[in-house]
Design a protein around this ligand. Structure first.
Ligand code: MRU
Length: 363
């Protein structure tokens, strides 16, 4: 994506192939800061502290993390240890496991001497593939938005939750890819941006991204969506996902399920945009089988922002020592999902729908 005339991806390797650059997403929207990951531990830390986040970007960062680890120790032991460290960083987004299994399978077949070179090649391939996948998700989602525009001839109002834009992937995004495609095709769109407590990915990242791209948007608190839907102010919902099961249950940022319920009650189409590596073909029931990350309670009891001098301040908004629960994701059952927008086309959120697009996954 273009920021101040410079084209960026959310992650990219240094020219000399010794380190990886990321945008520190914990500092946005106040500060656009690029940092270098130079070893396994900095890559693992970037994922667990959410300097990088979003399922596809977590997967790509893990792949580069393996490449960095191979520079330190390219033995079988080094490979396994690196994958174990990276896999433990975050539990919900299945792209992490997918990327590590792919790296492990390619590298296990190579000798120790070749592993550094092959690891960098494979990680770059994963990143390049992600960009093309997301571009295709945009192309496949565009007709849905175009149809709404042709029907109403007024700006299409789309609600999204969390950040599933280019910052959550290597480029383009998943949920935001069709929105960027529609905007670039001259279709007037307006996005309702859920702030997405507690980490505020909507306020800090989605609103920033849309602003950079010139897409009209309005930031709202998380509980507004139902009210807007009751008053005909939402034409469709598009969200991303961290793990979608073989039967089409969708795990995404906490609060997504409540948006799906409200959409269902108000006949608002609810779409989920996802790349193939986000599908977990090994499980069916999302509610019982997907591990839901629980994070530090301080993310809920405290909020951060800038003071008048531009300094980041963190303030407590709850009683000291208040008991806090911080569930990071929830599961929306397939029956509440209008359709899945993938790089191969749009399908029903069901086993048959997914297998129709990915027949190679048939047992
Ligand atoms: O906790 P995060 O910020 O990693 O959660 C991100 C999301 O929930 C996104 O919606 C999801 O990863 C899809 S990103 C294309």
């Amino acid at each position: 994506m273009n920021i101040n005339g410079i084209s960026y991806r959310a992650i990219w390797p240094e020219q000399d192939g010794s380190s990886v650059n990321i945008i520190d997403q914990t500092r946005l929207p106040h500060d656009f800061s690029v940092i270098q990951l130079t070893d396994l531990s900095s890559a693992a830390q970037a994922i667990s502290t959410m300097q990088v986040r979003g399922a596809p970007l977590i997967g790509a960062t893990a792949a580069f993390g393996v490449a960095l680890a191979m520079q330190e120790n390219a033995s079988d032991f080094g490979l396994k240890a690196a994958c174990d460290v990276l896999l433990a960083t975050r539990p919900t987004a299945v792209n992490l496991r997918w990327a590590l299994e792919r790296m492990q399978s390619v590298l296990s077949a190579a000798s120790d001497i070749d592993r550094v070179k092959i690891a960098w090649q494979e990680a770059k391939l994963i990143a390049d593939e992600d960009v093309e996948i997301n571009r295709s998700i945009g192309v496949n989602g565009l007709p849905i938005i175009r149809a709404l525009w042709e029907k109403k001839r007024n700006p299409v109002n789309i609600l999204t939750h969390c950040n599933a834009g280019w910052l959550a992937t290597v480029d383009w995004g998943t949920a935001l890819a069709p929105i960027y495609a529609a905007h670039d095709a001259g279709i007037p769109v307006h996005v309702w941006v859920d702030e997405t407590r507690p980490r505020n990915q909507g306020a800090s990242l989605t609103a920033w991204e849309l602003q950079q791209h010139g897409v009209q948007h309005t930031l709202i608190v998380d509980n507004v969506g139902g009210h807007l839907m009751q008053h005909g102010q939402v034409d469709m919902v598009i969200v991303g996902t961290d793990r979608t099961t073989a039967q089409g249950d969708v795990c995404n940022k906490i609060g997504t399920y409540l948006k799906a319920l409200a959409a269902n009650d108000n006949n608002v189409p609810f779409y989920v945009a996802l790349p193939a590596p986000t599908i977990d073909w090994r499980i069916q029931n999302g509610v019982t089988e997907i591990p839901i990350e629980q994070r530090d309670g301080a993310e809920v009891s405290h909020i951060s922002g800038l003071d008048a001098t531009g300094k980041v301040v963190v303030v407590n908004i709850a009683p000291v020592d208040c008991q806090v629960a911080n569930y990071a994701f929830d599961v929306t059952p397939a029956r509440l999902v209008t359709g899945l927008i993938t790089e191969r086309g749009v399908c029903a959120a069901s086993k048959d729908g997914l297998l129709g697009l990915y027949p190679e996954q048939m047992a």
